[in-house]
Design a protein around this ligand. Sequence first.
Ligand SMILES: *Cc1c(COP(=O)(O)O)cnc(C)c1O
Length: 367
Amino acid sequence: MYIPYSCHNVSNDDVQAVIKTLQSDWITTGPLVDEFEQAVSSFCEYDYGVAVSSGTAALHAAMFSIGVKPGDEVIVPAITFVATANAVVFQGATPIFCDVLKDSLLIDSNKVENLITDSTKAIVAVDYAGHPCDYSKLREIADKYSLPFIVDACHSLGSTYCCNKVSQYADLAVFSFHPVKSITTGEGGMLVTNDPKICEKSKSFRNHGITKDYKSRSGWDYEMTELGYNYRITDFQCALGMSQLSKLPEWVIRRNHIADYYNENLCAQIRPLSVDSNVVHAYHLYVIRSNNRDKLFTSLRKVDIGVNVHYMPVYLHPFYRDNFGTSEGLCPVAEDVYPTILSIPIFPAMSDFEVEKVTDEVNKLAQ
Ligand SMILES: *Cc1c(COP(=O)(O)O)cnc(C)c1O
């Protein structure tokens, strides 16, 4: 049986919650959207949440709501999912790629300051694999230059940093509810913030730039004040999200148990990424490093273990080479680590038997 690198976990009570909403008066942009926004934002200790159709839409709303526009630069890590940088491009701005740390693949906070120019509009960090980035240092830099600090937390819902949730540090955090992520709504995402203006702007942005509350039953008139999109999420997706969120804490624990097993039982040739002692890791991914990565990838796939690679440095994609003139040499650490990384299966519904099987196969094939 094929073991994927990640997998959603939908059970009967999730299904019932969705059915109940489908049979109610609202199937989109109704009360469940508000409920889900409140639940997620209070879970991560922010004042406001704006639920949208994907994590990518949430990143785009983030860029829009802080006013990123053509001519601006936004600092992003070299190793992340393409959407982190793409959201900058959606607003006509330029992503500036910052190198990562070789043992964690998190943005190298010591290299961020050198990239700041008069055109810099924001700093975006990614909690790669589910490990919180260097929040205190990044907050310090953001404050020094009066820049918003945004965290693409699509991997890290459920993590903590120095016992704190992200809200203590980042102006804005973004989550994805794609089926491979911590909890799912099928497709979906959310932006969380303490700034009521960012919340308001994002809510309008997800609804064509129309300022009126979609649930208002007063007059027929409305105004479109800025160009927005249809980035709305449905009520039945939020019903699924609510049901999923109630299980998140136990799922984070399960992910950590699996990671502990890997840490203790993988052979010495396999080098997992480093983990700081002051964090609770959300373990969206369990990433190993091997000098035989390509061979290991092929042989593990052959035995039905769905390993994957997260990610090629974003600026090496043809789109960025062609449109931003990026090329090899830009972020040497990222380029050095990329050929060695491999994500092995980790997800809450994975059985102990599957965890042992993956461990045995990796150890056997790594020899
Ligand atoms: C998944 C992911 C996204 C995009 O989320 P979608 O919901 O798939 O649009 C953005 N950034 C990172 C780091 C991700 O892992």
